[in-house]
Design a protein around this ligand. Sequence first.
Ligand code: SAT
Ligand code: MN
Length: 605
Amino acid sequence: MAAAFETLTKHSRLLAWLTEVVQLCKPDNVYTCDGSAEEYGYICEVAMKHGTFTRLNDTLRPDCFLARSHPSDVARVEDRTFICTNDQIEAGPTNNWAPAREMKRKLCAIFDGCMEGRTMYIIPFSMGPVGSPFSKIGIEVTDSAYVVANMTIMTRVGTKVLEALGSDGEFVPCLHSVGAPLKPFQGDVPWPCERDPNHKYIVHFPDDPSIWSYGSGYGGNALLGKKCLALRIASALARKEGWLAEHMLILCLTSPEGEKRYIAGAFPSACGKTNLAMMRPTLPGWKVTCLGDDIAWMRIGEDGRLYAMNPETGFFGVAPGTSYDTNPNAMETFTRNSIFTNAGLTDEGDIWWEDMGVPAPAHLIDWEGDDWTPDSDRKAAHPNARFTAPAEQCPVIDPDWENPSGVPISAILFGGRRAGTVPLVYEAFDWEHGVFMGSAAGSETTAANLSKTGVLRHDPFAMLPFCGYNMGDYFAHWLSMAGRTDPQKLPRIFFVNWFRKGEDGHFLWPGYGDNSRVLKWIFERVGGGGQAVKTPIGNLPAPGALDLSGLELPAADLEALLTVDVGAWKQEAADLSEYYEEFGDRLPTALRGQLEALKERLHGR
Ligand code: SAT
Ligand code: MN
C-alpha cells in the first residue's frame, strides 16, 4: 500500500499543512495517491465495497462505473459557496462573502474530527501539464474515494506532481470532507454527505490561496481542481499575474484547405458548450477538433497573441440530452473507462438517460435506486446527471490539447440562451466593445433549474458563479489585456445565440452541427474576409455571407435570426444600465462609455 506521506516529499510547508489537517480531521488512515493505473483500480474497488460504485456490464461498457448520489447532493450549491477576503468589496456584489479570519475559525470547528472512521486521501494534482510554468499545483485532501477516482480522470494526479513541486514549489491546499464521520461500528452509506443543506461550505480564500469544502461529494463542490481552483482561485491569481482564467471551451476549426483557427467560447450551463466543443460540422470539408469543454487559461504569448490551454484532462459533462444526434463524439468518449453519476441503470447493466436517442427500456433502476418504467411519472436520470470521461478518449481530441504553451486564439465567443432580441451572431467593433458584450451576457433560465422560466439572468462572461473576486475589477482586468499587447493581435470577439425562437415558439436555427455555418463566417472574418453589415449592436453577416448550402431554412426564419430589433435592444440597454448599478465605482468607466455609445447608436445618433 502507499507509503506514508512523510517519506514522499521534503516540502516543509506541505508536510506542515498535512500534519495539521491530519490532527484536525482525525482520519483512521491516510493514503497518498501515486496516480497509477493500479491505484485507480484499487480506488474503484474501495468505492464498490462501500456501495458507491456499481460496475457496469463489462462487455457493453468496459471499466465503467455508476454512482448514485444522495438526493440532497446533486449539484453545485451556489448559495453555500463563499469568497472570503478581509474586505467584502474585494469579493464584490456577485459573491457570497464572509470575513476570512472568522470563516477560518468556523471551519476549524466544523472540520474537527470530520474524517473519524474514514480514510484520508492525499491527491497531488496539476492543473495543466505537469511541470509547465503555466500550470498550477493543488493538493486535495479528501475522505471520498469517489472524489479520488473522478480527480484521477479530470486532472493529472500523483507522484510526478510531488516531484514537480520539489521542496519549495507553490501549491494550493484544497481540503475536502463529505462531512459524515463514522462512529465506531457505525455502518457506512453509499453516498455519505452532510444532509443539512445549510451546513455545506464551499469556501475560497483567494488571498492565501486555499480552498475548504465541507458537506458535499458532488461535482464542482468536491472535485476541487475544477471550478474552485481552476476558475475561482485561478481567476484571482490570473488578475495578479496578468492572464485570464475563463469558463470557456477551446476548439480548432480546420477549413477544407487545411487552414486552422482556434476558437474559445464562454457559455453558461445548459447552453451546449460540450456539444459545440466536439461538434461534427455539417458543412462538407470542415473539421472541428476539441481541446477542452469547460475551462481555458489564456495568456499573451511571446508573439503578442493570446494563447489558451485547457488545464483539465477529462470531461464532466451533463448526461441527459447527450445522444448520437446531439453529440456523437461525447458518446464515443465515454464508451469505456468512465464514471456515470445519477444516470439510470438498465437491466443489462448499462446506463440510460432521457433524450439519449435510444428508446427507454421497459424497466430500469432510476438515479434514486428505485424501479422505473416508461410509465413512471419521474425522470430515470437526474437532470444534472454527469459522465466523467478521459479527454484522450475523445475521437476528435486535438493533437495540441496538451501543448503546454497552449494554442493561439483567433476568436472568442460569448453566448447564452435567448429566445428573443439577440441575433444568431454578431461581431464586436473592437476589444473594448467585445469586453462590453461579455459583461452584458445573460441567459434565460430553463424549467430544469428555476420555477419561473424564461427569466433573464445576467451572467457576465458566463463567470457569475466562478469569478473569485470583484466582478467590476474582473471587467477592468479584461479591458487591461488591450494594454498588454498590440490590440490588433488579440482575438476578435463575437456573440452567438443558437436559441432564438420564432413567434410560435420553434427554434429558428437548427444548431448542433449546423453551428459550423456560423463558425465558418467567424473563421472568414478573423482572416480578413467574410462580408458584414454594421448595425448599432455590432457587425452582422451581410445577406448571403452565411454559408447555408444544403440547409432548408425558411427565408423568414433567416431574416428573424439576423434582425436587430431596435426596440428590444433599447430595453436591453436599459436593463443593463440597471444591472451595472450593482458594481458601483468598481465598474470601469470604459464600460459605462460603451453602454452610452450603444444607446446613442440605437437612437440613430
Ligand atoms: O459540478 S460542476 O461545477 O463541475 C459542473 C457545473 O455545474 O458546471
Ligand atoms: Mn462549466
